[in-house]
Design a protein around this ligand. Structure first.
Ligand code: OGA
Ligand code: MN
Length: 205
């Protein structure tokens, strides 16, 4: 089994057991660097937008709930770093479809930047206006991250009827995935710029 297949197996075990899984060093440090370059080039080109929630008509309420700025990746991107990222996703999708019959048909992926002070309140990724998200997959790009920076992903789970939570720091190279329709989660306030790439695997094309 290749290293990548071993990582996929561990991720799937975690998802089956807990609904979520974390894989450190999923991206190499070189991939992180290339993606950071692509990220800042896109950001400087000025194409990021304040993220919304739910229906577009409610975007004005969004900043109380989430403060990130996002840019959707094009599936047809010619940027080599972005292509590597999309290929990682596609390899995972293929593996999930072959081994777990998940029937994933497509994916959507965005860069996300949380400036200092920003957060994303507790939510679920698959809601009424946003059906069809099976799995949420997040990659972090923050080198030199320390606990004082906050900005953790907190995932809430139910254990024997009791709620538990787990805090995951957005460390460079780390990948987290979880079932989009089952787990509430939030991003706690960040005290440093926090960069990530978030994707969803969808049951429709
Ligand atoms: C999201 C989200 C978590 C994170 O974009 O929906 O929950 O850790 N992101 O960036
Ligand atoms: Mn989310």
């Amino acid at each position: 089994m290749s290293t990548q297949e071993q990582q996929f197996e561990l991720l799937i075990e975690g998802i089956l057991a807990n609904g979520y899984a974390v894989c450190d060093n999923f991206l190499t440090s070189n991939e992180v660097l290339l993606l950071l370059n692509a990220f800042s080039a896109r950001y400087e080109a000025g194409s990021f937008k304040e993220a919304g929630i739910g229906k577009q008509s409610e975007v004005h309420k969004s900043s109380l709930i989430r403060g990130d700025e996002i840019l959707w990746l094009e599936n047809s991107t010619q940027d080599s770093a972005e292509r590597v990222l999309l290929q990682h996703n596609q390899a995972f999708i293929n593996y999930l479809n072959q081994t777990c019959y998940l029937g994933i048909k497509s994916s959507e992926v965005h860069f996300a930047k949380y400036a200092t002070g920003k957060f994303y309140r507790r939510h679920r990724d698959s809601f009424q206006a946003q059906k069809g998200r099976i799995l949420s997959v997040i990659y972090y790009l923050n080198t030199d991250w320390i606990p004082e920076h906050g900005g953790n992903l907190v995932i809430y789970t139910q254990q024997n009827g009791m709620e538990e939570s787990i805090s995951i720091a957005p460390l460079a190279g780390r990948m987290v995935c979880f079932e989009s329709d089952k787990l509430d989660h939030e991003v706690t306030q960040t005290h440093a710029e926090r960069l990530s790439i978030t994707g969803w695997f969808l049951n429709h094309s």
